[in-house]
Write a protein that binds this ligand. Structure first.
Ligand SMILES: C[S@@+](CC[C@H](N)C(=O)[O-])C[C@H]1O[C@@H](n2cnc3c(N)ncnc32)[C@H](O)[C@@H]1O
Length: 284
């Protein structure tokens, strides 16, 4: 096997991925090379001519095989950035999506004082991305992350400590709010919201690599919302805020559900593609 330099390895991988039809070939190749070589992005520019060691070349070849089999890059490198913070992933966690930052943004806009003490809960915390991003922005806040997956909770806890908010967060295993008592100023959730019959039609990268528990929202995709909105009266202080991520076509159903459960809609926020993505409600 001939020894390639960093720049050659990057060029070759980009070409291989382009020829295999990956639209994101350039960025994928860059992220995979940086991860296999364990170097910062600047090192590719400042030292492009350093040859790969045999171990680096072997690891990059393994990464390439996995990508060609359509494993998402975030899963291969084991990490994804969300709200500018790094989040470790495991097989039990959803890869955080940029659209989910809409939930963080919406909550921050609606809070009257970001310096005030606040108790929050995140149902279906996964990697912990929403909870950790909010704790990062709200220095006096404390948060509970809930999930039904022990593996996800372990990863979320690790992410909270790695991002400097471990001492203000707690993680608990529960089927939604079954094991949760007390009241919160703020509840956030990005629950599974794909209707079960739609799951086989999802992109291969999602269908084969994101955990089913993180995707499947029951027969019509709304089951978790029914449970969470129903629990909101018990779990929110009067005037407390509930913000949930929704599928692009679920805003009308959420309006109906909120009215049924006695919650006041305060905002329906859109993602960068212009789809309704976050519904914020208040307990009157
Ligand atoms: C769409 S993922 C969201 C993960 C993360 N909050 C994010 O935004 O990337 C939904 C999460 O809900 C969790 N979940 C599914 N059913 C649950 C249940 N009955 N009780 C608690 N959590 C549940 C899944 O394990 C998964 O972590």
């Amino acid at each position: 096997m001939s020894i390639l330099t960093r720049a050659q390895a990057l060029r070759n991988l980009r070409q291989t991925l382009m020829e295999a039809g990956f639209e994101t070939a350039a960025i994928d190749a860059r992220l995979l090379v940086l991860s296999a070589l364990d170097i910062p992005a600047t090192a590719l520019i400042t030292n492009p001519d350093i040859p790969l060691t045999p171990a680096e070349a072997e690891l990059l070849a393994a990464f390439t095989r996995r990508r060609l089999a359509h494993e998402p890059v975030a899963r291969i490198v084991g990490e994804r950035e969300f709200w500018g913070l790094p989040f470790a992933l495991s097989a039990e966690t959803l890869v955080p999506r940029p659209d989910t930052e809409t939930v963080v943004e919406t909550v921050l806009e609606l809070l009257p004082d970001r310096q005030a003490p606040l108790l929050m809960a995140d149902f279906g915390t996964g990697s912990g991305c929403i909870l950790v991003a909010l704790l990062h922005e709200l220095p006096q806040a404390t948060g509970l992350g809930v999930d039904l997956s022990p593996g996800a909770l372990e990863t979320a806890r690790r992410n909270a400590w790695a991002n400097g908010v471990g001492d203000r967060s707690l993680f608990a295993l529960s089927h939604w709010a079954d094991a949760v008592t007390g009241q919160f100023d703020l509840i956030v959730s990005n629950p599974p919201y794909i209707a079960s019959p739609v799951i086989p039609t999802l992109d291969r990268e999602v269908r084969e690599h994101d955990p089913l528990l993180a995707l499947d929202g029951g027969p019509d995709g709304l089951e978790p919302y029914r449970i969470l909105l129903d629990e909101a009266r018990r779990l929110l202080v009067p005037g407390g805020l509930l913000a949930v991520e929704i599928g692009y076509d679920q805003a009308e159903e959420l309006k109906t559900l909120a009215a049924e459960k006695g919650l006041e809609i305060v905002e329906i926020a859109h993602d960068l593609s212009g789809n309704p993505r976050c519904v914020a409600m208040r307990r009157p």
